[in-house]
Structure formats: C-alpha cells, structure tokens
Design a protein around this ligand. Structure first.
Ligand SMILES: NC(=O)c1ccc[n+]([C@@H]2O[C@H](COP(=O)([O-])OP(=O)(O)OC[C@H]3O[C@@H](n4cnc5c(N)ncnc54)[C@H](O)[C@@H]3O)[C@@H](O)[C@H]2O)c1
Ligand SMILES: O=c1ccn([C@@H]2O[C@H](COP(=O)(O)OP(=O)(O)O[C@H]3O[C@H](CO)[C@@H](O)[C@H](O)[C@H]3O)[C@@H](O)[C@H]2O)c(=O)[nH]1
Length: 480
C-alpha cells in the first residue's frame, strides 16, 4: 500500500518507519526543514529505542521524506494525519494543525484517498475533517475519513506499534475498513511475527483488530488515556494515605494488583503523570464532556491529585532540608519518564523550577534528556540557573540531598557507598520508589520515598550535628 504520514514528530516518525517495516511504501511529510534534513541523513531527532535501526533499514527504499503535502497526496492511497493537537488556553485540544493539513489535502486531491486521523482528537473530529474537506473544494466522492487512534508509549514506541494489544479503527464505510485491514494485516494475521529479521518484541502472535464507528474510536482514545491517568492518581491518593498511617504503597499495589480484575500495571505511585499526552488529553476530555452537557468531575479529581503530587514531593524536600535557600541539590532524571529524552510536561522540570525559585542550587543529570531540559529550563527559569553533570556521582558532589525524579534503570542500580561518600548530607528523596527503604537505611541514607515511611539511620545521623532533622521528628516518622 502507498501511505503518507503527515507530521513526522513522535507518532508520525514511529508510524512511518513501522509502516515501512510492515512492507508498505511510505512518504513521511513534515514542515520543519531541520527535522527533514536530519531524517534524510538517517538521523533520528528523538531518543527512542530501535527507531534508528528501523530508519536505517528502510530509508531511501520503502521510506522517503518530503515537505510537500501535494506530493504525498498524489503518491499515496492512504494519508495518515499525525500532527500535534496541543492544549489550548481553554483546555480544549487545539486542532489548528489538523485543520491546516486537512485544507492542504483538500486542495490537492484528484483521485480516491483514505484520510486517517491518528492524532489524538476529540470525538467528532472526523466529521469536522469531512466538512473541511468539502468546504475546501474536495468532492465527497474522492475521499473517506477514518479514525485510527495511536496507543504507543514513548520509550517503547516501536515495540508498542509492532506488538500492539489492539488496533482500533473507526470507519464509516467498507472502503476504509478494507484499506486499514490491509495495512495492518501483517500484525493481525501474524505474518510479521514469523519473519526472521523481526524487531524483538514481546512474542505476540496476532493483534486484536477492533472495528468501530469513528465517534467510538475517538472516544476509545480519550477513554484509555483518562482511565490510565485515573489509575495513577488513584494510587497516588492511596500512597498519601499509606504514608500517614504507616502503610507501604508497594505492598498495597502487590496485594491489590493480584486481583486479575485490577492488575498491577499503571499503579506505580510517584510524582504524578506528565508527558505530552495524559495532562492535555485528560483536560481535553473534560472539555469535551462539558461541551456535550455531562459534568465529568471525576476527571477534575484526577488532575487535582496529579498536581498535588508534585507539591507533596516538594513538601518532603522541605521536611528533609528545612529551609531551601542556597541548599545544594542533585537531581537524577529530567525526562517525564524513562526511555525518552522528552521533557514536555515533565514533573521533574516542574520540581526543578520550583526549587530554583526557592533559591536552591541544582546540579542535574539525565542519561539522555539534558539538552532538551536545558532549553526548557532556560525558557522557564533563565539560562545557567541549573548546572548539568556528566554522571550521577559528579552531580552528587557535596550536595545536601539527591532527588530521584525519573525511573531510569541507571538510578535503580547506583553504587550506594560511592554515592554516600560524595554527598555533604546523605539525604535521598526518591520520587519513583526505586529502592527498598531498608536497603537505603542499611546504606546509611535518610531516605524519603512515596507512600512509604521515611527512614532515618539515627546512629549515623547523631554523628552529623549539622543535619537539620530533629530526632523527635525522626522517631515520630518511624513510629508512624
Ligand atoms: N507522543 C506520543 O507518545 C503520542 C502517542 C499517541 C498519540 N499521540 C498524539 O499524536 C499526535 C502527535 O503527537 P506527537 O507527540 O508526535 O507530536 P509532535 O509535536 O512530536 O509532532 C508533530 C509534528 O507535526 C509537524 N507538523 C505540524 N504542522 C504540520 C504541517 N502543516 N505539515 C506537516 N507537518 C506538520 C511538526 O513539525 C511535528 O514534527 C498528538 O495528537 C498526540 O496527542 C502522541
Ligand atoms: O504506574 C505509572 C505509570 C506511568 N506513570 C507516569 O505517567 C506518565 C505517562 O507514562 P506512559 O503512559 O508510560 O507514557 P506516554 O508515552 O505518555 O504514553 C501514554 O500516552 C500516549 C499518548 O496518548 C498513549 O498512546 C499511551 O498509550 C499512554 O500510555 C509518565 O510521567 C509516567 O512516569 C506513573 O506515574 N505511574
């Protein structure tokens, strides 16, 4: 099948290389010349496992890039729209990029095409695309519009695309269904999983193919993201209760998740969800519900708990260090999650910003996200306010505390004696629960985490009079 993918960002690029991997001929289109230049040279502008290998495999053969929507429309049977749908000032999804691309497609259409929205959009966007196409001169006989929401996660995007739990298509006619079935057939009939040059994945045998109408497909995407965000907020709320009463959120997760109706996934308590999807999509879904006259206030609670989770974390930093002005703090992790250099809506960036505003001196380390984080922090708190270090031990030199803010494997296997010896005070505040408290206690750290009691190795602390934690507070925490 001849496919074009308009918008070669995270989703567009992964989709383009994966469609090529499935045997299709693909044109990736973007209006960012720098991005196109890099891609034409085989350089992947984002950090995503397996993406460079797949780009190398298909670039110049099945996969080419272009800045021209007219070329893409002419050369392809199916056109996927994968441009951004960012948050607008009102909380609604801003569909300006989708509209601009739709108008451009309408101008150049001369034979039958299938237009597929893959961007995350509010319900009824496919109706708006149909309307816009017609208003801009395209004959309704020359196009169909379908929805094919994308469920990939950053950090595992390629394997999520090639080994999906399900593929959802929302269609209004058999033409659309047949084309989309053909595009995804290697995943649905299992032929892709029998190939020898396979990208290693999770050993799936066939993807679940779900056909709905376009409105339902659009609602499935918003529902999935809102539900996953709700699971995270639910567990963060439980973590706050557990902390106050001496429970352990990891044990609770195990106990609750063993019920197959619940499961353990997306129940990791932490510093709240971030990224380019959950925050904007929950807000957009809230706006959609309001618009159709339903008060989905459960989503307000999900967002409130999420926001509060950063404040809870900052409260722990204040608890541990008392005053913050001129405190030296090492931050481990800036990406919104492990496996990516994406810092969009990263809770880590928000926490660093708050600490800088309170007068802390921050040295940060992230295995891949430092360049993007530097430009984001430059915009928010000014250039040179945060120093970057080349490894976690250098970042931890002479600091009053280490904060763990992204769940990179590297931070779960630190050389604890070495880390301890680097720090001025042995205080670790872990926003991702990467360590068991008893391990950190044995290693001599004051250790705060999420949804578990803080530990204070008192014997060692008494020998450090400058540590600003009073013993009574420590004892009450331990008892609590
Ligand atoms: N990032 C994810 O993990 C993810 C996962 C599933 C769904 N989504 C959804 O997919 C959509 C895209 O997200 P993203 O993270 O890939 O966004 P992105 O910002 O990384 O990419 C969007 C791309 O579109 C390009 N673009 C914008 N206008 C254009 C135009 N007129 N012509 C050609 N190119 C144009 C931009 O230059 C950019 O490269 C959003 O709706 C998002 O919610 C994202
Ligand atoms: O138990 C958990 C799981 C995740 N997170 C956080 O939640 C955020 C989102 O994580 P994740 O969902 O893994 O990453 P995304 O790449 O944002 O993927 C989500 O958003 C995409 C865009 O819509 C969807 O395609 C995916 O299915 C959906 O998982 C990150 O800040 C995570 O740290 C937690 O705090 N606890």
């Amino acid at each position: 099948m001849n496919i074009s993918v308009i918008g070669a960002g995270y989703v567009g690029l992964v989709s383009a290389v994966c469609f090529a991997e499935l045997g299709h001929t693909v044109i990736g289109v973007d209006n960012n010349p720098e991005k196109l230049l890099a891609l034409d040279e085989g350089k992947v502008p984002i950090h995503e496992n397996l993406l460079p290998e797949l780009l190398q495999r298909h670039l110049g053969h099945r996969l080419t890039f272009s800045s021209s929507i007219s070329h893409a429309v002419r050369e392809s049977d199916v056109i996927f729209i994968t441009v951004g749908t960012p948050q607008s000032a009102t909380g609604h999804a801003d569909l300006g990029y989708v509209e601009a691309v739709t108008r451009e497609i309408a101008k150049h259409i001369t034979s039958m095409k299938l237009i597929v929205e893959k961007s995350t959009v509010p319900v009824r966007t496919s109706d708006a695309i149909r309307r816009t196409m017609t208003l801009n001169g395209a004959s309704p006989r020359l196009f169909s519009v379908a929805s094919n929401p994308e469920f990939l996660r950053e950090g595992s995007a390629v394997t999520d695309f090639l080994y999906p739990d399900r593929i959802v298509i929302g269609v209004e006619d058999s033409f659309s269904e047949e084309r989309l079935r053909e595009i995804y057939s290697p995943l649905c009939d299992g032929s892709y999983y029998r190939r020898e040059d396979l990208i290693p994945g999770c050993g799936a045998s066939a993807a679940h193919f779900i056909v709905t109408n376009t409105n339902s497909a659009e609602l499935i995407k918003h529902t999935s993201n809102a539900f996953l965000a709700m699971k995270i907020s639910f567990m963060n709320a439980i973590a706050n209760i557990a902390e106050r009463v001496g429970g352990d959120v990891d044990q609770i997760r195990e106990g609750v998740g063993a019920d197959r109706r619940i499961g353990t996934s997306f129940l990791n308590a932490g510093i709240g969800y971030g990224g380019s999807c959950f925050p904007k999509d929950v807000l957009a879904f809230r706006a959609v519900a309001r618009e159709v006259g339903y008060d989905f206030d459960l989503l307000d609670a999900v967002m409130r708990i999420n926001k509060d989770q950063r404040h809870q974390f900052l409260r722990k930093v204040r608890d541990a260090l008392w005053t913050l002005r001129d405190k030296r703090i090492a931050v481990f992790g800036l990406a919104f999650k492990a496996g990516t250099d994406d810092v969009r809506e990263s809770p880590a960036i928000e926490i660093v910003e708050a600490l800088v505003n309170e007068g802390c001196l921050i040295t940060a380390y992230d295995p891949v996200a430092m360049p993007r984080a530097l430009s984001e922090l430059g915009l928010r708190v000014g250039e040179n306010t945060v120093r970057m270090a080349s490894d976690p031990y250098i970042a931890a030199e002479d600091v009053d505390a280490v904060l763990i803010l992204t769940e990179w494997n590297e931070f779960a296997s630190l050389d604890l004696p070495r880390l301890h010896s680097q720090m001025r005070l042995p205080v670790v505040i872990d926003g991702r629960n990467l360590y068991r408290p008893e391990v950190m206690e044995a290693a001599g750290f004051v250790y705060y985490s999420v949804g578990r009691a803080a530990v204070f190795p008192l014997g060692r602390l008494n020998a450090m009079p400058e540590l600003l934690i009073d013993e009574a507070a420590c004892l009450s925490h331990q008892a609590g």
